[in-house]
Design a protein around this ligand. Structure first.
Ligand SMILES: Nc1ncnc2c1ncn2[C@@H]1O[C@H](COP(=O)(O)OP(=O)(O)OP(=O)(O)O)[C@@H](O)[C@H]1O
Length: 225
């Protein structure tokens, strides 16, 4: 589902990723960890097609990211959803409209949109905030809206960059449970986090640790040459 081989990425002279290789199968759950500045967001952005593949190979959900033209990115994003560190939700729209939007732009009929949005908001305990404008809700609630908007399309791959950063322990664990449920239904999940407690809460998950752009450890045979 995800293949990364000898991937390197530089910003000017600074190498943010250095020769990273790993692969994930359908339904794998990966914790991407490492200190601030390790390259986690850079890797996520490459996998989501928002940064180019400069060196090496990266493919996701059957798309070769090196050769994928920009005009086909929308196809990738039907299969690969991302939760950004800074949410990127629409502050003037309601919680409901933020979550319904990805389904509406895909042309889903209103009845199905309604059913799906309701189910996702309920699973993230946001149903009592459906009609609030996003600017009026708390940071932790906004973070859950960002997650709801990503999972509502039933993606093949879910990328989440520090999705629990603004949440207390209880909500963080609940959110990981939401991700786990998707993973149990076959979604491949990549979750970037510093939070060791979260990582320890899913003993079967794969872990890849980055440090200064390089691989600093992992708990499985992450790459074959
Ligand atoms: N657009 C950019 N221009 C220049 N340098 C950048 C850019 N984006 C990231 N970097 C640098 O690349 C390195 C990796 O950044 P990245 O955001 O991928 O780290 P991270 O592991 O996600 O960190 P954090 O946990 O703090 O979010 C950092 O040193 C960062 O300053």
């Amino acid at each position: 589902m995800i293949q990364v081989k000898h991937l390197s990425h530089s910003f000017g002279r600074y190498w943010a990723l250095k020769n990273i290789s790993f692969s994930l199968d359908k339904g794998d759950f990966l914790f991407l960890t490492g200190p601030s500045g390790a390259g986690k967001t850079t890797l996520m952005r490459i996998l989501h097609g928002s940064l180019p593949v400069q060196r090496g190979i990266a493919s996701i959900a059957g798309f070769d990211l090196k050769s994928l033209p920009e005009k086909r990115l929308y196809q990738l994003r039907r299969q690969v959803a991302i939760v950004f560190q800074d949410f990127k939700i629409l502050p003037d729209e309601t919680v409901w409209d933020n979550v319904a939007l990805p389904l509406q732009v895909r042309g889903m009929v209103p009845g199905q949109v309604h059913k799906r949005v309701r189910a996702v908001l309920r699973s993230l305990r946001l149903d009592n905030k459906s009609w609030c404008q996003c600017r009026e809700i708390s940071g932790g609630e906004q973070q859950r809206v960002a997650v709801a908007r990503a999972v509502v399309i039933n993606p093949k791959v879910l990328l989440a960059d520090e999705p629990t950063g603004n949440l207390d322990k209880k909500l963080s664990m609940q959110l990981v449970e939401v991700f786990r449920q998707f993973h149990l239904h076959g979604t491949t999940v990549v979750l970037a986090t510093h939070n060791e407690e979260l990582i320890n809460s899913l003993p079967g998950a794969k872990i890849l640790c980055l440090r200064e752009g390089a691989e600093a450890g992992c708990n499985w045979e992450s790459a074959e040459d």
